[in-house]
Design a protein around this ligand. Structure first.
Ligand code: SME
Length: 155
């Protein structure tokens, strides 16, 4: 995907969710938009934060994934604990990485907030090492802000 196209991600997320107030419908479409728009990506989707701190699988595209990630575990848990984006260039070098798809080599996880509280994460995996550089991080964080805006509009 070119940087020009990356710039369209947030706009697409905003456009496709206009007037949609169901969270599952929105998240299903967002995972499809991200999976379709980004090349060299083998998984794109959401995990929702539970009251006990674990993460529960949400809408996604890619191979079937781990349903429950225990609190603080894996790259997703690290993003929740730190409250910030985590980019892993080589998942094999990340202690505690949870391999849902053995093809995954690099990963980006962006925390999502709703009503000022941590709501869950956007998780994207690639079969290519160091797939997510500065341009991808910037574009995906902008897309994440639009995802948060859409969640605010949901019932
Ligand atoms: N690799 C993640 C688990 C989720 S899957 O990638 C879909 C992690 O380490 O948290």
């Amino acid at each position: 995907m070119s940087d020009t196209d990356l710039g369209l991600l947030a706009e697409t997320i905003k456009a496709i969710s206009e007037g949609v107030t169901d969270a599952v419908a929105n998240l299903a479409n967002f995972s499809a938009v991200l999976f379709d728009a980004l090349d060299r990506v083998n998984w794109a989707g959401f995990y929702r934060l539970l009251p006990d701190g674990a993460l529960l699988l949400g809408p996604f595209q890619g191979k079937p994934a781990c349903i429950r990630l225990e609190a603080g575990r894996g790259v997703c848990g690290a993003a929740v604990t730190r409250g910030e984006t985590v980019v892993v260039d080589n998942v094999h070098a990340f202690p505690g990485h949870i391999a849902c798809d053995s093809a995954s080599r690099s990963e980006i996880v962006i925390p999502l907030r709703r009503g000022g509280q941590l709501w869950g994460v956007l998780d994207i995996d690639s079969p290519v090492e160091a797939r997510f550089g500065d341009a991808e991080r910037t574009a995906l964080e902008a897309a994440a802000r639009e995802i948060e805006a859409a969640l605010e509009r949901c019932e």
